[in-house]
Write a protein that binds this ligand. Structure first.
Ligand SMILES: C[S@@+](CC[C@H](N)C(=O)[O-])C[C@H]1O[C@@H](n2cnc3c(N)ncnc32)[C@H](O)[C@@H]1O
Length: 325
């Protein structure tokens, strides 16, 4: 059997290993403080870590499957169910965890299916998934046999949720790693990744252009960026800057057209920029479920005209670009 890699940094000679290790130590010390906001996700994670790892998993279908019901005793299954509920709201999925079905807000396989025909080679590659949430797409990458996939996720709810799933999956997911960092820390990783996925992030950033430059530097020569975003419809190179909120979300800064994103990429030095898909967001893909009980896409639209958001802006498409350096 191959030895499990202790630290993916051994695959990244150009990364600032000392800086990354210093940051990790700082984060570890911060998270060791007994704060309520930390414990609410650390405790369910620890409960899950006391459960056995799965003997069976399958990452090839729409639903990420880790473990079968018969692998756990009844009391263990009860503990798992309670711990998983502590990670609500579940945004990305679906999952089946030892027979417990988690129907998340997003049917994330829609995005994966749009992306799959244009995926760059992942076999043996070093990959980043920035803003990886609970790692749904990282699990979906595993059948492509990457050398390592590093998730970056600063929100503790998602960070500990991923760590829980990673524990349950055991050896089957040993190429997956996570850092409690944001895209702001990507400067520590010069020429380190063959492929970077940046999905659902760029419209949340105040400095999308600077971020694209930093991602360019984090790719190895010949590397690929997969960029997924909300976009407003239209053929001109324009970005909407919402007055306050966009589809009720306060943290949205620039919502570009696909043409504008193309322009941002080429003006930041990316080559072979290709629009892989452009589709409207739908209430089938994003909706309220038993595992995400808050408002969802249908509540963000003008009830009279679903082509508009509640604020009267054009409703979002989802676009995916592939770009090389
Ligand atoms: C809209 S979700 C997208 C999740 C996933 N990438 C997808 O495409 O479905 C945005 C994710 O980015 C994470 N995030 C928040 N701040 C971030 C930051 N500064 N850097 C990277 N990710 C961040 C959020 O916690 C969340 O998981």
């Amino acid at each position: 059997m191959m030895k499990e890699m202790e630290d993916y940094l051994e695959l990244m000679p150009a990364a600032d290993g000392d800086g990354i290790r210093r940051l990790r130590a700082r984060e570890e010390a911060r998270l060791a403080r007994p704060k309520k906001g930390f414990l609410r996700f650390q405790e369910p994670w620890q409960e899950i870590c006391a459960l056995p790892r799965a003997g069976y998993s399958d990452f090839t279908g729409d639903k990420v499957i880790i473990g079968r019901r018969k692998e756990l005793a009844d009391d263990q299954s009860t503990v798992l169910h309670r711990a998983l509920r502590a990670f609500m709201p579940w945004r990305k999925g679906p999952f089946s965890l030892f027979g417990i079905d988690i129907d998340a807000e997003w049917q994330s396989f829609y995005k994966w299916d749009r992306l799959r025909p244009s995926l760059p080679e992942l076999d043996g590659r070093v990959v980043a998934d920035i803003g990886c949430n609970n790692g749904y797409y990282m699990f979906r990458m595993l059948p492509c046999r990457p050398a390592a996939v590093v998730g970056f996720e600063p929100m503790l709810q998602h960070y500990y949720c991923f760590k829980s799933l990673r524990h349950l999956a055991g050896e089957a997911a040993e190429q997956l790693f996570i850092e409690p960092m944001g895209v702001e820390q990507i400067g520590l990783y010069p020429e380190s990744f063959d492929v970077i996925f940046l999905m659902g992030i760029i419209y949340h950033r105040r400095e999308p252009l600077t971020m694209l430059q930093q991602l360019h530097r984090a790719l190895k020569p010949g590397g690929t960026l997969i960029l997924e975003s909300q976009a407003i419809p239209g053929g001109e190179s324009l970005a909407l800057f919402p007055e306050r909120t966009y589809a009720k979300a306060p943290g949205v800064h620039f919502v570009p057209t696909a043409a504008c994103l193309h322009n941002w990429l080429t003006r930041n030095g990316f080559k072979e920029v290709e629009l892989i898909s452009q589709t409207p967001t739908t209430t089938t893909e994003q909706r309220r479920t038993d595992w995400m009980t808050f408002e969802s896409y249908a509540d963000f639209l003008d009830p009279e005209n679903p082509a508009l958001t509640l604020e009267g802006y054009p409703a979002p498409d989802r676009v995916i670009f592939s770009a090389k350096i």
